[in-house]
Write a protein that binds this ligand. Structure first.
Ligand code: NAG
Ligand code: NAG
Ligand code: NAG
Length: 212
């Protein structure tokens, strides 16, 4: 384990090496609306391994710290060395309470029902997400403290604006709560895909579940 950690000091790079080889599992969704600069997606029920990061520092630091713990988990640190497949994206969420970030990794369909329990020291939690609708804006480059706020603002403005056909794009329940989804390892300098996700409600007739 020690040696592996040293080799993987740039952990996100290891993630890249693995993700380059296999087809990567991602959470399932259907697009229920596509506007010029964002989508509304209905995500199916899903299970995530979640790493709360306290105290709250920066987005960059919290993502690194949380991802490190998830990385150890999927490399068998569940006390019996079972290895899990990498998935994408890695999520970093800021709850509006301001209580620190939560970094999450989607659990492969194989483990949706019963993921291997993580080593307690990693302080990870299994989370079940009910189906939910997300407004999603895509952006390129590296997601960092320097650019995410601009992307979040842009998504909020887009959702609040009426669609091209005059329809509402739903209601943002909690403007202080957002998620950044990152799909690529850190050694990719170009062709990077990131997203901002913000939960929306009020699109009941289009298939979104009532707000929870
Ligand atoms: C992020 O981590 C670096 C290195 O550990 C540290 O120097 C820096 O102060 C941290 N930044 C924040 C905002 O916590
Ligand atoms: C680790 O994961 C394996 C594979 O799912 C499981 O059989 C085992 O019980 C887990 N270890 C612990 C200590 O829970
Ligand atoms: C980054 O991830 C996205 C989504 O999985 C993929 O389409 C894209 O090709 C990746 N970019 C690189 C440079 O691998």
């Amino acid at each position: 384990m020690e040696k592996k950690l040293i080799m993987c000091l740039s952990i996100v790079m290891c993630w890249l090496v693995v993700t380059a080889v296999d087809a990567i599992e991602t959470p399932r969704y259907t697009v229920i609306r596509s506007e010029s600069d964002f989508q509304i997606r209905l995500y199916s029920e899903s299970t995530w391994m979640s790493a709360p990061v306290l105290p709250a520092t920066s987005f960059d630091n919290s993502t690194k710290t949380g991802f490190h713990r998830l990385y150890e988990y999927i490399h068998g640190d569940n006390l019996s060395s079972s290895k899990l497949a990498f998935t994408a994206p890695v999520l970093t969420s800021m709850p509006s309470s301001g209580d620190g970030y939560v970094v999450r990794m989607y659990l492969s369909a194989r483990f949706q029902g019963k993921p291997p329990p993580p080593n307690q020291e990693l302080k990870l939690q299994v989370e079940k997400w009910k189906p939910q609708c997300m407004a999603v804006r895509t952006f390129s480059g590296f997601a960092t403290d320097d650019n995410i706020n601009k992307e979040i603002e842009a998504l909020i403005n887009s959702v609040n604006r009426r669609g091209e056909d005059g329809r509402s794009s739903g209601t943002i329940q909690d403007k202080g709560s957002y998620t950044i989804a990152q799909y690529n390892g850190s050694s990719h300098n170009t062709g990077r895909v990131n997203e901002v996700w913000i939960q929306v409600s009020g699109l009941f007739s289009e298939g979104c579940p009532p707000s929870q």
